[in-house]
Write a protein that binds this ligand. Structure first.
Ligand code: CAA
Length: 387
């Protein structure tokens, strides 16, 4: 076993850290307050190769591996989780989804502009009545008689980057009799008629990552823009989420690391009863528990990224590694940011320090791309074989 990073992995980690600390840290609080989408920094991240890290250079990406992606994502999230969310959905749910399941023509047409950061990509699975129970969707795609296209009608909700995305991977029912096996995946171009954006969600955290409802009314999609075969959509949705959940684990590690580092600095400086508060045992116990959980979360996340890399060679699933990393890292981030606020006392509750933002941002990692309850269900089903 070798924990040493390759030269390429160290380079992308350093480049992401440098950009995040220089360009994102100074603007993060302001974008959190306004909720505006950070267009300029996202474009700049595209130019640096951060919006399509694992995408081969032939399709406009940086051509790096899954571990390099996780390392870069941790750095961006340690600066600001809203930028991290946009980056994660763009890289994994969108680009990797098409790379893994799409045709050569789709890769050429739909991956390049998004991997380079010129356009933003999104992923639409959730509907108002179906979040955790993802197969219970209602959006319907009806194929034309000559088979050349489909007409899609329906509503999707909680679409990350929905307000700005040019292209969206969208899941719809093509055969209502078949349940999960009657779902298909499509690439939707938001510039085409029949596509509408609904209300933008006012969120607790990751506020600069825009989220909205979308509606399709007699939206026409060419059959060539279906990803995979008819009926393969649910398997594609789940396969894409296996990769996506590693991204959310990395996000949780990044947020947790920022909260932990702020706490270490604070307990060294802050005095109470004539001593640095870091000299009190109750604070020491918190620091030790935070650090141990942070290290464990980081290792599980890197292990899942490594499993994903192996899977690219073997074709095996890495669902267990991905769900375990997401479950553990998101709960660790919630614990660590909670302790960080507590240790900072009144300053932890103030918007003058970033720890209250870390605390708000961490919460979403236990919810999106499958709640902690869903991750526990997935892990238990895999381990016991029982449903
Ligand atoms: N890879 C490949 N195939 C998979 C799979 C995976 N990871 N998981 C399931 N499948 C297959 C199953 O093998 C099964 O196929 P067979 O019948 O041929 O065996 C089929 O899919 C149906 O699977 P299940 O019977 O397990 O389906 P289910 O209805 O019980 O649901 C679930 C399973 C795990 C609960 C799933 O619905 C789920 O993950 N729910 C959470 C949804 C979610 O994460 N939503 C997040 C939305 S995206 C988001 O948040 C993005 C964002 O904006 C940032």
């Amino acid at each position: 076993m070798d924990f040493k990073l390759t030269e390429e992995q160290q380079m992308i980690q350093a480049a992401a850290r440098d950009f995040a600390q220089r360009e994102i840290v100074p603007i993060a609080a302001e974008f959190d307050r306004s909720g505006a989408f950070p267009v300029a920094t996202i474009r700049a991240m595209g130019e640096l190769g951060l919006m399509g890290i694992e995408v081969p250079e032939a399709y406009g990406g940086a051509g790096l591996d899954a571990i390099g992606y996780v390392l870069a994502l941790i750095e961006i999230n340690a600066a600001d989780a809203a930028h991290g969310t946009i980056m994660s959905v763009n890289n994994t749910l969108y680009c990797n989804g098409i790379l893994k399941y799409g045709s050569e023509e789709q890769k050429q047409k739909y991956v390049r502009p998004v991997a380079s950061g010129e356009e933003v990509g999104a992923y639409a699975l959730t509907e108002p009545q179906s979040g955790s129970d993802a197969a219970n969707m209602r959006t319907r795609a009806v194929r034309s008689e000559d088979g050349s296209h489909y007409i899609i009608n329906g509503k999707k909700s909680w679409i990350t980057s929905g307000p700005v995305a040019r292209y969206i991977i969208l899941f719809a029912i093509t055969d209502p009799e078949q349940g999960a096996k009657g779902i298909s995946a499509f690439i939707v171009d938001t510039d085409k008629p029949g596509f509408r954006r609904g209300k933008t969600e006012p969120k607790l955290g990751i506020r600069a990552s825009a989220t909205c409802e979308i509606e399709l009314e007699d939206y026409r999609v060419e059959a060539a823009d279906r990803i995979g075969a008819e009926g393969e959509g649910f398997r594609i949705a789940m396969g894409v989420l296996d990769a996506g959940r590693i991204g959310i684990a990395a996000q949780a590690v990044g947020i947790a690391r920022a909260a932990y580092e702020a706490s270490v600095e604070f307990v060294r400086e802050r005095k109470a009863f004539g001593r640095a508060i870091g000299e009190f045992q109750m604070i020491q116990a918190k620091i030790a528990d935070m650090k141990s959980r942070l290290m464990a979360a980081e290792l599980l996340t890197l292990r899942a990224a490594w499993a994903k890399q192996q899977a690219q060679k073997t074709g095996e699933r890495y669902t267990l590694e991905s769900s375990a990393a997401k479950l553990f890292a998101s709960e660790a981030a919630m614990y660590i940011t909670h302790q960080a606020v507590q240790m900072h006392g009144g300053m932890g509750y103030s918007k003058e320090m970033p720890v209250e933002r870390y605390f708000r941002d961490a919460k979403i990692t236990e919810i999106y791309e499958g709640t902690s309850e869903i991750q526990r269900m997935v892990i238990s089903r895999l381990e016991t074989g029982l449903r």
